[in-house]
Ligand binder design. Sequence first.
Ligand code: IFM
Length: 444
Amino acid sequence: MTESLNFPARFTWGVATSAFQIEGAAAADGKGPSIWDTFCRQPGAILDASNGDIACDHYHRFEEDVALIASLGVPAYRFSMAWSRVQPLGHGAWNEAGFAFYARLLDALEARGIAAHLTLYHWDLPQGLQDQGGWLNRDTAYRFADYAAEVARRFGKRLATIATHNEPWCTANLGYGNAQFAPGVADAGAAIQVSHHLLLSHGLAMTAMRQLDVTAKLGIVLNQWTADAATDSPADLALAELEYARSVQWFMDPIFKGHYPALALAAHGAAAPRVEAGDLATICQRLDFLGVNYYFRAWCSAATPPVPAPAALGHTDMGWEIYPRGLTELLLKLRAEYALPPIYITENGMASADSVHDGAVDDGARIEFVATHLAALMAAMDQGVDVAGYFLWSLLDNFEWNSGYAKRFGIVHVDYDTQQRTPKASARWYRDLVARQRAVTVTT
Ligand code: IFM
């Protein structure tokens, strides 16, 4: 089905990972602990009782992994920096050995002609900052801006893009709202205040990086979904509207409009965040790009028991409904509501229970998933949405947070006993797709 798709000449094709999920080397060369190192030690926190100590051992195998990306002909790589690797406590001294690792990674990418897309914060806050209150402490936003400026100063001319945060919705709601993620707090009010501090930290970091001589494009990555009402009942419609306001608009409105959405603010009532004078102006500033991570839609039913989503295309191994049309609908809705910079789809992909048979991994369902989502993306672009690129999540099977290693998102299978990498059928399929698209690009 992707044969008929023609993406624009300058479209960026990529694969994505994040530091804690693949690097391992949790205490190597002066790295400080992060909240995920701590959280993994809490009994019952991680499904398979695993941790990120070794993960995909990418810290020691990054050259092999970059060669793998090159062998797939994929010209862009999105990854994140472990803050506590370069600043062990999250404040104070920098760790030169940590920066040296990322310099070596950039060397390897540059040697292969692969563009580097960096995320500054993909959930692994230095434990040293958590000990001072973590994201509930407003001061953490200022520490984050210091970190962003230092990274931009050192690498801002070697990176294609720098995203401040990955999915702050998750940091706030899963980390502080329901304790599924580090640091494991269950306090709805705290989650709302944390979301404000995350947004503030984004704005402060943007301001700090803009003052430097960087060529990297600057932006943020948000996980987003449409919220569909199960029926036309007023209760379901209201629930869907509130869900969209509390998740998508809660982050988009401050960034693009300079205020929180009234509906969500009213719903939060006394738990509305403490916002200081000037905060919203700091948050609402020009982005060079918006990263959108899309996996599923929200299905909203006020009934008891809830009306289930039809899920005509089934579910992934995460139990998430497969709904490619939602990507088209989301992008069109965003375009209608905001004055947007170019969008990157910074994550999209699926978990499936993959295993190696005779040296091969047949993950046809993943191929179908990506193909249908690319078609949905093209449909939005055909209707005028400016999309600059697509990053498949993920290059490698990796540590899937509170699911541990039990869920596999990679287009490359990882045997965690041997660290053997085995490209799945989807990796070859993506390689061919990217080659075809780039060939079309060159000849048109
Ligand atoms: O693995 C995660 C990633 O770290 C953030 N976005 C969603 C992915 C799948 O759950």
